[in-house]
Design a protein around this ligand. Structure first.
Ligand code: DX5
Ligand code: ZN
Length: 219
């Protein structure tokens, strides 16, 4: 298995200095930059849109892992693709036709991800897994950083790891929410190969970022 990728969520960054924060986590060893997009409708919080993603793009060459928590979803895919997203991840509940949404993301030349809320079963992936590049298991209810890891999601990670291995395709299995030094190794043991971390990355400010990221990697 390849070493785990760490994707700091800029939701926990200083929003008044976002460009600097993105450069700081890049230098601190982040693999991907996780961008949480919330609309105050699909989830009870509002964050940033495509204009901010575009403004951040020149600040790093690392892939932008864009997690869309907005609905309806389809009208915004192109804007995020043009703004510089590398992976675009959507929730099945955010639109009426998940398969079509995935096809649109692929036709825009981007990697497609599907994210499952804590109550959404792994079965939701049965007829789309072969089409996608990434599965994002939510280990908290989406909307806010700093929540506690929901234990039952470990079973879901294990089940999806089996589905991916059976399919034999290089699909990333990423976990998002409540990841820290205690839960990171448990998520990895369950089969995760990418971890989102907001609070655990940004705690302590820029001088702490590299150590925080290393601790999550377990090295
Ligand atoms: C929650 C977001 C997460 C969140 C993670 O809706 O999708 O990416 O920022 O934050 P922490 O790591 O603080 O749980
Ligand atoms: Zn996220």
């Amino acid at each position: 298995q390849q070493p785990v990728r760490i994707a700091p969520s800029i939701l926990s960054a200083d929003f008044a200095r976002l460009g600097e924060e993105v450069r700081a986590i890049d230098e601190a060893g982040a693999d991907w930059i996780h961008v949480d997009v919330m609309d105050g409708h699909f989830v009870p919080n509002i964050t940033i849109g495509p204009m901010v993603v575009k403004a951040l793009r020149p600040h790093t060459a690392k892939p932008f892992d864009v997690h869309l928590m907005i609905s309806p979803i389809d009208a915004y895919l192109e804007a995020f693709a043009e703004a510089g997203a590398d992976t675009i991840t959507v929730h099945p509940e955010a639109g009426p036709h998940l398969h079509r949404t995935i096809q649109r993301i692929k036709s825009l030349g981007k990697r497609a991800g599907v994210s499952l809320n804590p109550a959404t079963p792994a079965k939701m992936l049965d007829y789309v897994l072969e089409e996608i590049d990434l599965v994002l298991v939510m280990s908290v209810n989406p909307g806010f950083g700093g929540q506690s890891f929901i234990e039952s999601q470990l079973r879901k990670i294990e089940a999806i790891r089996k589905q991916i291995d059976k399919l034999g395709k290089p699909i990333d299995l990423e976990v998002d929410g409540g990841i820290d030094r205690v839960t990171a190794p448990r998520a990895i043991a369950a089969g995760a190969d990418a971890l989102v971390a907001g609070t655990a990355t940004f705690t302590g400010g820029p001088p702490a970022y590299a150590g925080n990221i290393r601790a999550l990697r377990g090295s």
